[in-house]
Design a protein around this ligand. Structure first.
Ligand SMILES: [Zn+2]
Length: 67
C-alpha cells in the first residue's frame, strides 16, 4: 500500500493505477473515488483524493522532503 503524503491515509495503489488513463508523459487521469497519483521527481506519488493531490501540487517540495 502507498501512503498519501498529505493526510497519511493509505492508498490502494493497484486500484489507483487500474483506474488511470495516464499518458506516457506523466500526466494523470484518474478516477478520484479510488485515489489518484502524480508523477513527481522520477517516481509516482499516490493520493487518496484529488483534494490531497491539489495540495501536493501547490507545494510539492514540502511533502517530498526526505531528509
Ligand atoms: Zn490524502
Amino acid at each position: 500500500m502507498a501512503q498519501c503524503p498529505i493526510c497519511g491515509r493509505t492508498v490502494d495503489e493497484v486500484a489507483a493505477r487500474q483506474s488511470t488513463g495516464f499518458t506516457a508523459h506523466g500526466a494523470s487521469e484518474t478516477d478520484p473515488t479510488k485515489g489518484t497519483r502524480q508523477f513527481h521527481d522520477g517516481k509516482w506519488v499516490y493520493f487518496d483524493s484529488l483534494e490531497c493531490r491539489s495540495k501536493f501540487l501547490t507545494n510539492p517540495e514540502q511533502y517530498t522532503r526526505t531528509a
